[in-house]
Write a protein that binds this ligand. Structure first.
Ligand code: DLL
Length: 432
């Protein structure tokens, strides 16, 4: 068991005392050791000695992805390279990767954070865990790897890809827990079916998923495929990787490791700090990191925070599953659309498989939204009436939720792309 009860169940006042002490320290540490923070603070007239209460953080300037880009590759590091024990990087879609570094203490703290979260999710030293995140510069695989080893679980470092082999090992080794993106878990379940391996032939019982969004409706489908309880883990490379927050087995929000990460929610438009329960952009300050401390990082992920104690006994704040990133939001004919809203609608329609694509184009001055949905059973395509009826139902349901007219294209089973890491389902072709 890796339940750090003395920390994970602290009363709020005591959590906040730890946070304040650490915040004061890290603010000065950044000012003294990272030229970028010194300049940022001086430019903003922010005095690092002026933090008296936690809410004084609101006077501190934000850090953004652009700061990483401008200081590529190691300019944000607060320690000499001699003290850096590991480097990771996030791939990004364009240009140079975002580079992150860890001291020995950072790696220990990271595996503690992960050990806490996987324990909360229900993993233990009885589990045989297949890690099907890609090993390499991506933080996901090694992050979970060391956390799971710390709790004494048996780790199988499969990496992603070669899905038939993944299924074979899962069956032969008696894997009980799977670490993957939800999309790859779905793919593994699909290949298992194709190979004639039924969910109940596997010993799988727990999914430790994360790194991308997944609606509750999609999650239920994955659980049905694999006969598991699926839990969610949130994090990002810039902050540490996975280990920022994760669900316990009760799945009532993702518990932060609040002694190491200080969360805030802001309005993405005005940057004003919002209150408990209000939805906005998550901003995180790392409180313990040595190699790459990050102050008030704008994650762009949209969520809300609760400080209520969880039924599981843990007292650290929890965040709602994210509804998406602010930059994932599509503005179509003036209407804001989150891809997760479309996913939720599609996943309630039994004839539609959990595979879809969203394509946005511009015709003249008007935006056009097309949703390609994969059929569970291709025979629908042979009946004009059945096809028509299904299309109108989906169009109607989408219109009710989004308030937009959508073109619905039903496509053959198994015709849309599958993913071994994060899924790419949205194609905004308007500026191409
Ligand atoms: O995805 C770290 C991670 C690995 C988290 C494994 C959990 C498990 P990046 O590649 O830097 O890091 O991507 C970070 O992915 O800002 C979110 O938009 C998204 N993301 C991560 N976890 C979740 C989640 C890793 N549970 C970006 N739900 C973040 C929704 C998530 N989105």
């Amino acid at each position: 068991m890796f339940f750090q009860k003395d920390i994970e169940t602290l009363p709020r006042q005591e959590i906040e005392k730890i946070q304040l002490d650490k915040l004061k320290h890290i603010t000065k540490y950044c000012y003294e050791n990272v030229p970028m923070y010194k300049k940022k603070f001086d430019d903003a007239g922010f005095d690092p000695d002026k933090i008296r209460t936690l809410s004084d953080i609101k006077y501190m300037p934000f850090t953004t992805k652009a700061d990483f880009r401008d200081n590529y590759p190691f300019g944000m590091f607060a320690v000499p390279m001699k003290k850096v024990t590991r480097i990771h990087a996030s791939s990004g879609t364009t240009g140079k990767p975002t580079v992150v570094g860890y001291t020995k203490n950072d790696l220990d703290m990271w595996s503690d954070c992960m050990a806490r979260l996987v324990t909360a999710a229900g993993a233990s030293d009885d589990d045989i865990v297949q890690i099907s995140f890609g090993y390499g510069l991506f933080t996901g695989a090694l992050g979970l790897h060391y956390g799971l080893e710390k709790i004494g679980a048996t780790v199988i470092p499969c990496s992603s890809g070669n899905t038939e082999k993944q299924v074979m090992l899962m069956k032969d080794f008696g894997t009980t827990a799977l670490v993957a993106t939800p999309s790859y878990a779905l793919r593994i379940g699909e290949v298992a079916r194709e190979m004639g391996v039924k969910g109940d032939e596997l010993k799988l019982r727990l999914g430790l998923f994360g790194s991308e969004g997944c609606t509750p409706e999609m999650r239920s489908q994955i659980e049905d495929y694999l006969h598991i309880l699926a839990t969610d883990n949130y994090g990002m490379s810039e902050l540490i990787g996975p280990g920022v927050s994760g669900e316990c087995h009760l799945r009532q929000g993702l518990h932060f490791n609040e002694d190491h990460f200080l969360p805030e929610i802001i309005s993405p438009d005005t940057c004003e700090v919002l209150g408990e329960g209000e939805e906005g952009e998550l901003v995180i300050t790392t409180l313990s990191k040595e190699a790459l401390p990050v102050l008030r990082y704008r994650t762009k992920d949209i969520t809300a925070i609760t400080y209520e104690k969880c039924e599981c006994g843990r007292t650290h704040a929890r965040m709602k599953k994210t509804t998406g990133r602010s930059d994932d939001m599509l503005k179509i004919r003036g209407v804001n659309v989150f891809p997760s809203q479309i996913e939720s609608v599609l996943m309630t329609i039994p004839q539609i498989a959990p595979h879809y694509q969203i394509v946005v184009t511009r015709e003249g001055s008007s935006d056009r939204l097309e949703v390609k949905c994969e059929l569970v059973d291709g025979s629908v395509l042979e009946s004009f009436n059945a096809l028509n009826e299904l299309q109108s139902t989906i169009r109607h349901n989408l219109k009710t939720v989004l308030g937009l007219d959508t073109k619905v294209s039903l496509v053959e089973p198994k015709s849309l792309e599958r993913f071994e890491g994060k899924a790419k389902r949205v194609f905004d072709l308007r500026n191409k």
